[in-house]
Design a protein around this ligand. Sequence first.
Ligand code: TEU
Length: 560
Amino acid sequence: MTTKVNDANWWKTASIYQIYPKSFCDSGSKGTGDIQGIISKLDYLKLLGIDAIWLTPVYQSPMIDNGYDISDYYAINPDFGSMEDFDQLLSEAHQRGIRIIMDIVVNHTSTEHHWFQSALADKNSPYRDYYIWKDPVDGQAPNNWQSKFGGSAWEFDGTSGQYFLHLFAKEQADLNWENPTVRAEVKEVISYWAEKGVDGFRLDVINLISKQQDFPSDDIGDGRRFYTDGPRVHEYLQEISEAVFQKYGSVTVGEMSSTTLEHCQQYSSLDNKELSMVFNFHHLKADYPNGEKWTKAPFDFLQLKQIFNHWQTGLNGKGWGALFWCNHDQPRVVSRLGNDQQYRVESAKMLGASVHMMQGTPYIYQGEEIGMTNPGYTSIEQYRDVESTNMYDIMVNQQGVSHDEMIAILAQKSRDNSRTPMQWNSEVYAGFSKGQPWLEVAKNYPDINAEKAVADDDSVFYFYQQLIKLRKEIEVITTGSYLDLYPQHDAIFGYQRKSESQTLICLNNYYGEEAECVLPDEFDCDKAEYVLANYDLQADRVSQHQVLRPYETRILVLNN
Ligand code: TEU
């Protein structure tokens, strides 16, 4: 079946693979991943069938936030390799028909960036206004905004007697986008990488760049409502898009923190005035009771389906979403929403199918394609993530939460859950490195690794390979409408995609007990066929009455 999408929008039938370089593959024995390690795995990615790699930051950085604190946008961090290594990666990926999407972090820079260092040294520096400095109010921080990593979002500088804003770590100073020179610098940075042949950009927390200029305190929240989807954000994005993205034909995906559907319809509008597509995270807060991340809680299944329904129907015909469960900030989905013990393979496949049959562009995070799990760390010493260690200090040492309770919360919610070294084989350190890794490898690597998956026709790997192929072969996946068939069902997430020529139904049992549903009367089972499933279906005939086994997924297609 041919798709109805022209090549300029190649990304509408593509699947994108996210690499977190520090944890992907070490070509030597440093214990941290590098670019040569990525190059050595390009054939593995080609076999999977992905179309592009989203590479998280490899620029010069003190690595306080593992590269999201950039100190030089024009240099490669020697921990990852050289610019020649990067050029080789770009060339070898292109030779395999794989595009490269670079991470661009321009809401903030590292406080070691020379812009910030100059601003810090001299209140009259030309770079002072690159950042957001405010006088104390009544001897305190300018307002009560909170950092997303805990504590105040303001850091005091004794030399100048002013505070500077940092929505993340205190080593990540927010840029002042009101300053046209800052916007010009950003255009230069992105143009530099586009000129090198980079195919696209992932824009880190790009919906936070416009702050309400009176910087009011927030009497009902942590201040995010005064800088999220801010007053000039669309103006800024249109300016950058016109100057750079449209000029180079770059594909772009914006990471939108705490955003709304309405803003995302504009960010990803089909007229391409701003970005190609957006990441939103609402579906990944179904296990945040009352929006609170730092609790150990089950996910709310009906809420999860309602959120998918809201975004699938809301973006259809108006914008374009990224489809994902996992990334370097999120725990492993098979541990979070599936069953990473008795039904690890079945639930990993079911969760993959759940999002891959939706409208949007799927993103596969390293290790998701082989069903990697959370590591189940038991002590705070095993953690490295600045957010996790900050929150441990605040909650245990300042708020009196017990050590055991916090360890249980971290085991479910910490970003390090997804940052454990990629499991390549059953050799020491899972074949990730010849030296001790920077973060402990999950103990299950002898059983869960890429080498074993590639040798097993029934592995999660080949199921994902099929999902990627289906998107290219079945047009309704890209163009069809969306209908949740059983919004109130307490175990089955079943939805229908419909176009003029095809109907697709994706059925997913999210739990470990058998579950039943009935297909819509108008769905002609006699003409329908199963195109993919995670159990042997025995009977080829599609029946109106469906009985799904634990974590079973079934994808059915009917050519209208
Ligand atoms: O993440 C932004 C973001 O929203 C997440 O930090 C989220 O708030 C948190 O991880 C979940 O609790 C981006 C990057 O993906 C992340 O790795 C960086 O730490 C952050 O921005 C700052 O650059």
